[in-house]
Design a protein around this ligand. Sequence first.
Ligand code: HEC
Length: 235
Amino acid sequence: MARSLCALRRAPAPATVLVATLSMVALAVGGCRRDMQDAPRYDPYEASTFFKDGRASRHLVPGTVARGQLHEDVALYTGKSTDGFVDALPIPLTRDVLDRGHERYDIYCSPCHDRAGTGSGMIVQRGYKPPPSFHEAGLRAKPLGYFFDVMTNGFGVMPRYAPQVAPEDRWAIAAYVRALQLSQHATVADVPEGERAMLGTGAIVAPGASGAGAANTTRAEQPPTAPTQEPSNAR
Ligand code: HEC
């Protein structure tokens, strides 16, 4: 009897075997659980044995257009129609659009073209090729779409501004350049009749102008952007 008890003690009870087996299975299964870092999808540029070229990424089906990039409005995105450059603004002309154009122009164009568009911005004063004045007859006769195109694709040494300036902003700038051109060729007849009496009195201040400079009559008598002093390192 004592012997058989001993044998019983040595041989693992069936329950113990079951528990051991189950925990090993659990461990093994746990080892192959899917973690988020091992999601069942390809990472960008990951290799794949599934496709013949060994690449997981596929080319887009020809003609695929990403959402929001249809650019159906040819005039809006190129400044052109089938007859060449368009001269009509493809966005509504509002005070806000002109103000936006003014702001963007001062940021992106005035460093070379200067704030009045005569072509002697600070970069030019420091030696960059001088651009033509926007007030030359040739450029005054250009349709708006031409200005859009120059900004979009660049011109000669001038870089393109498409990467920094959105299409709507390029149109706003074109509208503002046109306003600049008109500003240098305005006649008394362009001033509303009721306001003509104020001409020369310094009482007319450009709408939206702020700061002391804009209302200053002596400034108005100077050429719009004549540099008041030579850059200190000019040779
Ligand atoms: C880095 C200086 C620089 C900046 C900034 C710049 N331009 Fe120019 N731009 C030039 C130069 C230089 C030329 C003349 C290029 C040439 O003849 O090689 C030019 C030419 C032009 C022309 C005339 C093209 C012609 O037919 O003669 C237009 C219009 C123009 N720029 C518009 C703009 C507008 C609008 C912006 C702002 C978005 C701008 N430029 C920003 C330097 C600049």
